[in-house]
Write a protein that binds this ligand. Structure first.
Ligand SMILES: [Zn+2]
Length: 88
């Protein structure tokens, strides 16, 4: 494992600020290979921000860049995101 790489659980707090759900267990389907995986299982690389990569094909799925009191979010590689809802 690369020293700069973490798993998706490392950015749970940042994602929790945006989504009012438990983000680490939401299922993201990769736009590159089509594999579904929990956000917590993505590979997170740190740099100017964070890049969450598919654990199967390393497609950049999500980018997070905290700067100047804002969080810049990109979803360049997510086909679908499954978020649990209370539909009762
Ligand atoms: Zn993939």
């Amino acid at each position: 494992m690369d020293e700069a790489m973490l798993d998706g659980n490392a950015v749970a707090g940042l994602l929790q600020d945006v989504f009012a759900v438990e983000t680490t267990t939401t299922i993201a389907t990769c736009a590159g290979c089509g594999a579904p995986s929990p956000m917590g299982a993505t590979q997170v690389y740190r740099g100017a921000g964070f890049v969450l990569r598919c654990p199967r094909c390393e497609q950049a799925m999500v980018t997070l860049v905290p700067a100047d009191g804002r969080l810049w979010i990109g979803f360049p590689g997510i086909r679908t995101l499954q978020v649990p809802v209370d539909d009762s």
